[in-house]
Write a protein that binds this ligand. Structure first.
Ligand code: ADP
Ligand code: ZN
Length: 756
């Protein structure tokens, strides 16, 4: 049924007094709301609104934007089901923009159907800044009118004189800037303009997006790189769908190689999208792009200021912005002529969006490429098992870059077995004597070291020595993490933070708290005590806010002003430090606990990436992993540089259990503030689960590992089935049997990556 706009009579603005003889023209308009389908509207006479047009429509008492959608296939078939012509409300106006391309519309529908999200909610991601639909307000600058003569009758006050003199040199300026410079009020400028002594010139508010120059400064590629680049450029020229895995060790030049594909797409006059996992961390990437192409690309991510966001959206929609680098949401922008997609670090978990519309940007990017009949390149040094399996099955082509550029060798990886007495750190310390000695040697040689621990703050747990009470987040099933630098306790799940208390909230003992376990701040403390002379920097997402702060530390490291860098995974990504020769991993086992099916794969990827920071140039690097389980296949693979046998083993295990990518999975997360209501719905879903089917496995309902998050109680269910069974229709039938009250939310997560 298409309804929801039948209030026209009430508001008195939709029913014409005299029915026109011409038949009513009807269009379907998709609204940016969690609605499963578009609503019908009437097109006023004289208005053109083909599919894709951005329009303003009434909805109840509101007005909002929408996109004219394509006719339903059965639009003419069942007129009885439709809202009567007389009840239809009319489009208010159309926006002066290129229509949303058909491929974007098909993509939105596809994502909605795959992720089981309302199509309107997916469209909302494509038009996430509705203000961008409006023509930006033109800013006006002023210059001196032609000729030396002043207009007749203009009295030259000192203020007016200053303004006119100022404009004798320099560019036209905004009224506000001119007034400030001349030390006068805006009325002075206005009166000069009114009298004709100043001429207004329209000025664009924000910089344009210059076209990157494919010939600006290309690198001379090595033999392997050339072959890889030629294969990619051929795929760009083919202008057909293809998916290619670009698999190469860190430092092999994958970026340089895919830049050649970007250059080719630019030469062909097309748009390019590069998806990066964490755009805020990629100042280095942007600089490299500017080095290669002469200008920076357009950026798209969640931290952009609204004016730039609007401006960028328009530039993408008009085709003016030619290369867009962005986080996952950039995938939904309405590109009129996308010719290539690159997904860099395709294995990264950050490509999975976990809230709202739950989707995996890498997987959806492949779908987008397919719908748009364009090539996609997936680049990684540690490809996901999903992508490798696709490559092995021949669905994706594969290009290997086996060697580091410039002959740098891979670092030597040693395992420090913390169970051995001589390797164990002293009590309440975290660095093994073996690692300490290596750090000392490195600094003595004038080289740099890096210590990696994927844990922010000082200590992950604080407890009371006298009663054992543990400080816990009031809103989550999580310990509070002590941050000594800011003197606060933080919940890393919901952001709650509080002053460290003076006495125990349970037994009231004073000064009884002890920190348990290490975070990066604590490792930094140990290092400073060991090497008081060393110049130490800590690199985490909370100590360095924003890409610039990060960039400053990176510059310092590059300039040799830092001896020891200590950090979390933000430090692991992409950075290239020529003097860095030692990487120590404080707790290599950290990611292996828990019931995550990808725990081993992820730990391998992360530690491999961290290890890849060492010895990127002529000086050989070494990596030391502190572990309690040196026999674990992840540790063995890292030490032996044997990624492929590790992945083969991992693949065998998952195949045997029909786990992804050899089977399908979907999760249901049932949550709400009222624990009883949540449990009730969870057990009802448990009872109605499709247990009769033998090819499906159903787990749960069970409390989620994060049983309470932001004050909401959470239960999980997991549905697992073979590769050739689509889970969505099964889920749809299942969910249709249980009425969900407004106080409980059931989130569907197709292909889950998080099991918290
Ligand atoms: P990856 O993306 O595989 O980690 P990069 O493309 O970042 O590798 O290359 C690693 C380093 O080597 C970078 O500093 C890059 O500029 C440099 N490099 C790679 N290939 C070349 C080349 N053909 N000429 C000059 N420098 C190169
Ligand atoms: Zn919390």
């Amino acid at each position: 049924m298409t309804d929801g706009n039948g209030q026209g009579d009430l508001l008195g603005n939709a029913v014409p007094a005299v029915a026109a003889a011409a038949p009513v023209r009807r269009v379907r308009v998709l609204l940016p709301l969690p609605l499963p389908e578009p609503y019908d509207y009437k097109v006023p006479p004289g208005m053109a609104a083909p599919p894709g047009t951005y329009v303003e429509v009434p909805l109840g008492p509101r007005r909002l934007f929408g996109v004219v959608w394509d006719d339903a296939p059965d639009a003419q078939a069942a007129p009885g089901d439709r809202v009567a012509d007389t009840k239809l409300r009319g489009l208010v106006r159309t926006f002066d923009l290129p229509p949303m391309p058909a491929v974007t519309r098909r993509f939105i529908e596809w994502v909605a159907s795959y992720t089981m999200s309302p199509v309107g909610a997916v469209m909302r991601m494509a038009v996430s800044v509705s203000a961008a639909l409006e023509e930006p307000r033109a800013l006006t600058a002023y210059m001196r009118a032609e000729g030396e003569e002043l207009p007749d009758g203009l009295r030259l006050t000192p203020a007016r004189k200053r303004v006119l003199e100022l404009l004798l040199d320099g560019p036209p300026r905004l009224a506000a800037d001119l007034a400030a410079e001349a030390g006068c009020g805006p009325a002075v400028i206005r009166s000069l303009a009114d009298a004709g002594a100043l001429m207004p010139v329209p000025m664009r508010a924000l910089p344009r997006f210059p076209v990157p120059d494919p010939a600006a400064s290309p690198k001379t590629l090595s033999g392997d790189q050339r072959i890889a680049a030629d294969m990619l450029t051929a795929r760009v020229d083919a202008a057909a769908y293809s998916a290619t895995l670009l698999d190469g060790v860190t430092g092999s030049g994958k970026t340089e190689v895919y830049f050649e594909a970007v250059a080719e797409a630019l030469r062909n006059g097309r748009q390019v999208l590069v998806l990066l996992p964490e755009i805020a961390l990629s100042a280095q990437w942007l600089d490299r792009f500017a080095g290669r192409f002469g200008v920076r690309p357009a950026e798209w991510h969640s931290d952009m200021a609204p004016p730039l966001r609007r401006h960028t959206w328009r530039a993408v929609a008009s085709g003016e912005a030619r290369v867009i680098v962005g986080a996952r949401s950039a995938l939904f922008l309405p590109y009129p002529d996308l010719g290539l997609i690159v997904v860099d670090e395709e294995h990264e978990a950050a490509f999975k969006q976990e809230e709202g519309v739950v989707y995996h940007a890498r997987d959806m990017a492949v779908v987008r490429a397919h719908l748009g009949q364009i090539p996609i390149v997936l680049a990684s040094a540690t490809p996901s098992l999903e992508t490798l399996t696709n490559a092995e099955a021949g669905r994706y082509a594969r290009i290997d870059l086996p060697a580091r550029h410039g002959g740098a060798s891979m670092p030597d990886v040693t395992l420090i077995d913390l169970r051995r007495k001589e390797a164990a750190p002293p009590a309440r310390h975290w660095l093994s004597p073996i690692l300490r000695e290596a750090l000392a040697e490195t600094m003595l040689a004038g080289e740099q070291g890096m210590l990696f621990l994927n844990r922010r703050g000082y200590a992950p747990l604080t407890l009371c020595r006298s009663c054992g009470h543990r400080l816990q987040c009031p809103h989550c099933t999580a310990w509070l993490v002590e941050h000594r630098l800011t003197r606060r306790l933080q919940c890393h799940h919901c952001g709650y933070n509080a002053h460290s208390p003076d006495h125990c909230p349970q037994c009231e003992a004073e000064g009884s708290f002890v920190a348990c376990g290490p975070g990066v701040e604590r490792v930094a403390e140990e290092v400073t005590n060991l090497f008081p002379e060393a110049r130490v920097a800590v690199m985490t997402s909370d100590t360095l806010v924003g890409p610039r702060a990060m960039q400053n530390v990176i510059e310092q490291v590059k300039a040799g002003e830092i001896d020891l860098l200590i950090g979390t995974q933000v430090m692991a990504k992409g950075h290239h430090f020529p003097l860095l020769t030692l990487v120590g991993v404080v707790d290599a086992d950290l990611g292996l606990g828990g019931g995550d099916l990808r725990a081993g794969e992820r730990t391998f990827q992360l530690l491999h990436q961290v290890a890849g920071r060492a010895g990127r140039e002529s000086r050989p690097g070494r990596v030391m992993l502190q572990t309690h389980m040196p026999e674990n296949p992840v540790m063995q693979a890292l030490a032996a540089h044997d990624r492929d046998s590790f992945l083969a083993l991992e693949a065998d295990q998952r195949r045997a259990m029909e786990m992804p990518p050899f089977g399908r999975m979907a999760a249901l997360i049932i949550s709400g503030e009222d624990e009883r209501a949540v449990d009730q719905i969870a057990s009802r879903l448990g009872r109605t689960a499709p247990r009769a089917r033998e090819d499906l496995t159903i787990l749960g309902p069970a409390p989620a590992p994060l049983a309470v998050l932001r004050g909401r109680h959470r239960r999980r269910m997991l549905l697992k089935g073979p590769k050739n069974v689509a889970l969505q229709p099964i889920l749809a039938d299942w969910l249709a049997q249980v009425e969900i009250p407004a106080s409980v939310r059931v989130q569907v997560d197709i292909d889950p990556y998080s099991f918290l």
